[in-house]
Ligand binder design. Structure first.
Ligand code: FNR
Length: 365
């Protein structure tokens, strides 16, 4: 269908699922085990309701915000998701260009199918980009990576901590290795029959991607190590409970992304929206120490606003951008953000909020 017929992110996903190869769909859509967390991430938003305020001036409505001090036209960013070229030949370049047009921030995956240099080369000169880091087991390899991305001009590091092992994604593992021989970016992609564990590949695509990732990271060792290497803001991606959010604040990082990797890692990990609710209830002080974001299952402007009411600075989205660029390339990414922007403004007006600062905890429960 023409892009004007796409009214929601659900419409966009429907088109993407028709055009994606079997392998790409299996890789993008899959979650761990019985996919309970995958499903509940989205459903969790439906358990929260608004307490809208009326008689408040909302004629002028501004959904913009800042994330780590960088401007964003809406409180939404692209969460780093691997292998965008599985869905479209231009892959991550579609996303970086769409993000430029609409002034939102893209977090680039360590396992992107274009290199960090290629992606930043496609950005506008003033466009901020964040980098998602999978820390290599070998400290000197990891150090080289961090220094490279700082030098390239990335503005923050999101250290992923919820993927020390590849999740058990059976739909992905059932379909063969990445069969397209994609242009090699930062990731080595195997063609069928060449995988490192060929014949015994229970981990599908992810099994090939996380093979060198550090399984022994700790608060005491890893955060000071990373801090000593870079002046960039550090955000921990993959916090899944209140206790770890508190430890992150004590470790002095700049932000936390409450996330269970889109339900792809540990099944039955609590949906991030629920973790956010618990954090707001139990430790509201954490929100004063760092920025809190969530991702997982966000599909509507109202989802975004529920998270913001409870104290999130912004929300990330992974699959929605993969699907949008797979279906319509760069134009799909722009459309995806325009849909969200319209939904966010409509819902802010309904809620009685003219700016994101007007969104308060008492407005959603
Ligand atoms: C991811 N995610 C992810 N996270 C990360 O830190 N590094 C990565 O390389 C990837 N790769 C990746 C690939 C695919 C296909 C998906 C769907 C996800 C997780 C991602 O950053 C984010 O946490 C989730 O996608 C959020 O959930 P939604 O928005 O997809 O529901």
């Amino acid at each position: 269908p023409p892009l004007v017929r796409i009214l929601s992110l659900a419409d966009m996903e429907e088109v993407a699922r028709k055009v994606l190869s079997h392998k790409a769909e299996a890789y993008y859509a899959s979650g761990a085990d019985d996919q309970i967390t995958l499903t509940e991430n989205a459903r969790a938003f439906s358990r929260f309701f608004f307490h809208p305020r009326v008689m408040r001036p909302v004629g002028k409505c501004d959904p913009s915000t800042t994330i780590l001090g960088f401007k964003s036209s809406i409180p939404v960013f692209v969460s780093g998701a691997a292998l965008a070229k599985l869905g479209h030949p231009l892959g991550e370049i579609n996303i970086v260009k769409g993000a430029a047009t609409t002034s939102i921030i893209q977090m680039v995956s360590s396992n992107a199918s274009a290199s960090p240099a290629e992606i930043i080369a496609a950005a506008e000169s003033s466009q901020p980009l964040f980098f998602q880091l999978y820390k290599n087991t070998n400290d000197s390899v990891a150090e080289k990576r961090v220094r490279e991305i700082e030098k390239l001009g990335y503005k923050a590091i999101f250290l992923t901590v919820d993927a020390v092992i590849p999740g058990n994604r059976e739909n992905d593992a059932k379909s063969p290795w990445v069969v397209e021989d994609l242009e090699r970016g930062s990731v080595k992609l195997y063609v069928e029959g060449e995988g490192p564990e060929d014949g015994d590949n229970v981990f599908g695509t992810a099994g090939g991607l996380v093979i060198n990732d550090d399984r022994d990271m700790t608060w005491e060792k890893t955060i000071p190590w990373l801090r000593s290497l870079t002046k960039l803001p550090i955000v921990i991606k993959g916090i899944q409970c209140v206790e770890d959010a508190v430890l992150a604040a004590q470790a002095g990082v700049d932000g936390i992304l409450l996330s269970n990797h889109g339900g792809r890692q540990l099944d039955y990990s609590l949906p991030p929206m629920e973790v956010l609710y618990q954090l707001r209830k139990q430790r509201p002080d954490v929100f004063d120490k760092l920025e809190v974001y969530i991702d997982g299952g966000v599909r509507r402007g109202t989802d975004v606003l529920k998270a913001l009411c409870l104290g999130a600075t912004a929300v990330g989205m992974g699959r929605a951008f993969l699907y949008a660029q797979s279906a319509y390339g760069e134009a799909g990414v722009v459309k995806c953000i325009r849909i969200l922007e319209r939904e966010i403004i409509t819902a802010m007006r309904g809620l009685g909020a003219a700016t994101v600062k007007d969104l308060k905890p008492e407005m959603a429960s």
